[in-house]
Design a protein around this ligand. Structure first.
Ligand code: PHE
Length: 348
């Protein structure tokens, strides 16, 4: 862990081992140049505490770049809570409350909201001890609710912009879109896609969600092992990161990749493999900013829900177009183009 921290280009790492729940809390703050750090709280099991720290650091950098591209006045941070395989409800509640107290102690150094493994109801619990630094609580608790549907609106706008870039027309009628993961983002995204006439395929590891989506919408199910062999127009990863590896990128059978998952590339050079194969890769943080943008807009700028939806769709569309054009002009990968835009803003 010492080596990880030494090698990281971010500002601060806060570590707390929670003995009661046998959980590790890592808050990584990558940059506060554009504003105070804000980012989701991810809760899951990891193979080691080190792996959790590494995830927090990588995700915090992603948040910094995510805010920088559309010029939002926020800094990049993320919290990862690494929990044991079994954590009962009561222990989890206690952990969330102690975590809230930690966020409060930081006094505005880090603001947080939901991410993989946490939801608005969890934010309500965290806010009991952590307010006013907690975003996206439930409407009942005075918050604006889940950020997932707004992330989905941004990803949907990104899918249309990518199709427009490829075909000169952003309509999704009869386009085959394969969504990976039907959680907080993938679920609402499927509905937006169906309403636009797309043909939606999905892959999911949770059996109950598979059943639910098959019977509710009659969607075509792709088993996880067949994802990278399935032909489609757009692949939309909306689950875990690191899924685009040299191996999967070399065989994936889609024309564009546009999804809500954070840190989709196992390493930045994987973008080159996709470029060589003429697969358009929409950099993840360019298209998945919607949740954070909408929640922060509604809860700190007084945006209405409608305004938030419009801002997200417009911001993602403009940013992705800019990145795709820059990549084409400069002969660089879309990932390089996006980091140039973000780094320039961070340096300015
Ligand atoms: N999960 C969001 C993301 O990765 C984080 C977030 C949600 C940040 C809500 C702020 C408010 O972008």
């Amino acid at each position: 862990m010492e080596q990880l921290i030494r090698g990281w280009k971010g500002e601060i790492v806060i570590v707390r081992y929670d003995r009661e729940a046998d959980a590790w809390i890592f808050i990584a703050i990558y940059s506060t140049r554009l504003g105070p750090a804000a980012g989701g709280t991810r809760m899951r099991t990891y193979p080691s505490a080190k792996a959790a720290l590494q995830d927090a650091m990588l995700l915090a950098k992603g948040m910094a770049y995510k805010y920088a591209v559309p010029n939002m006045p926020w800094g990049g941070g993320k919290c990862v809570i690494a929990v044991p395989e079994t954590l009962d409800k009561k222990a989890r509640l206690g952990l969330l409350r102690r975590y809230g107290a930690l966020v409060k102690q930081l006094g505005g150094m880090f603001y947080t909201g939901p991410d993989m493994g946490t939801c608005s109801e969890d934010m309500d619990i965290i806010a009991e001890t952590g307010a006013p630094y907690i975003f996206a609580c439930t409407p009942k608790a005075g918050g604006s609710g889940s950020s997932g549907p707004y992330t989905a609106i941004g990803v949907f706008a990104g899918i249309k912009a990518a199709c427009e870039h490829l075909h000169g027309d952003g309509s999704l009628g009869n386009k085959r879109v394969l969504v990976q993961g039907l959680g907080n983002v993938g679920g609402p995204l499927v509905e937006l896609l169906l309403n636009s006439g797309a043909r939606v395929l999905f892959t999911e590891v949770d059996e109950s969600l598979v059943k639910q989506y098959r019977s509710k919408f009659g969607l075509e199910y792709v088993p996880p092992g067949a994802v990278y062999d399935t032909e489609c127009d757009v692949f939309s990863p909306c689950a875990i990161g690191g899924i685009l590896t040299p191996e999967t990128a070399s065989k994936i059978k889609c024309k564009a990749i546009v999804g809500g998952a954070n840190n989709q590339l196992s390493s930045p050079d994987v973008a080159r493999i996709m470029e060589k194969r003429s697969v358009l890769y929409a950099p993840d943080y360019v298209v998945n900013v919607g949740g954070a943008m909408a929640i922060l807009g509604m809860e700190t700028q007084g945006w209405s829900k409608e305004r938030a939806e419009e801002e997200v769709a417009l911001a993602v569309r403009m940013a992705l177009k800019k990145v795709l054009e820059l990549a084409r002009e400069q002969g660089i990968t879309t990932e390089e183009a996006a980091s140039r835009v973000a780094e320039k803003r961070l340096e300015d």
